[in-house]
Design a protein around this ligand. Sequence first.
Ligand SMILES: *Cc1c(COP(=O)(O)O)cnc(C)c1O
Length: 366
Amino acid sequence: MIKFLDLQKLNLQYQKEIEAKLLETFRSGWYLLGNEVKHFERNLGSYIGSQNAIGVANGLDALRLIFKAYLELGQLKVGDEVIVPANTYIASLLAITDNRLKPVFAEPNIDNYNLDISKIEALITPKTKAIMVVHLYGQVCWSKELEALAKKHELKIVEDNAQAIGAEWNGIKTGNLGDAAGFSFYPGKNLGALGDAGAVTCKDSLLAQTIRSLANYGSEEKYINKYQGLNSRLDEIQAGVLDVKLKYIDADNDKRRKIAEQYCAEITNPKITLPELPFNSAEHVWHLFVIRTNKREKLQKYLLENGIQTLIHYPIPPHKQRAYKYYNHLSFPITEKIHTGVLSLPISPVMQDEEVQKVIEAINNY
Ligand SMILES: *Cc1c(COP(=O)(O)O)cnc(C)c1O
């Protein structure tokens, strides 16, 4: 069976270093807010090119905390509108609605599944205060037009960078394009921990300080609580593991790129719509390789019978989820078309050439 993602194999690449780090942390007797987190934050910040990096408990919290900090700083108000792609993972939405901000859904491009920047301006009202861009599937969502639009309407840009660590636009890394960015280190992400973990990067140091405090009970000094915060800290064990794996992220992303390029060159079945290769290969880190087809369930079953595991990202868009009952009546035809047709093929730094070949052959014979 070709697994969708062989996490065991992936992490075994770094077994020696990870085990040494786990043992070191275990023996240190210090498990929270210590040197491992400090080192990882410093290394992540310098990798991204950001002044500020804050480790938090997971990717959803990273995004929630950004908006919560903007509210605390009075830079956003309850009820303000945030433009967000309708086809994102539900976490992007939860970060907005959990802070009692109002999501305004925007349609993506059918070609690259990212926010259609040309459609944003029509959605802006006097209440619009931010845009959340999602670098979906690992592809950068950014442009000069987006920057100009944000400037013109004084909008903050928050990046959901859960899927695109290492991707670049014009030599600038995702996570350093907008005002603030949330990262997820969920085990299956391109940089994955051995459990939940996340981080925020941002340009403004006051925002960073507020987020750090909010993630630690709203406290900067022990037992002095400035805000009604959360407990959302990155722990020392996960930080140590992430610090080991961060050194290999570029090499890992390059392996993903090679597989994606091979899929794009060699999958020739006309029933399949392949993702667009970006003009500049730095702009995609291929967290997911997503194809589209008319009879997705049939293709998925056929591939499984041929020993190939696939997944769907995602079967139901957020506005059609029960959790957002009051948005269920909304209709976004491009988003809904994407959700009914997409299928994610196996892609990972530990996939063997023969496995890639087998996937290509199976799809071409379908
Ligand atoms: C994974 C993911 C998140 C949430 O990250 P967690 O660490 O699972 O909380 C947010 N947004 C997107 C686009 C994601 O893929």
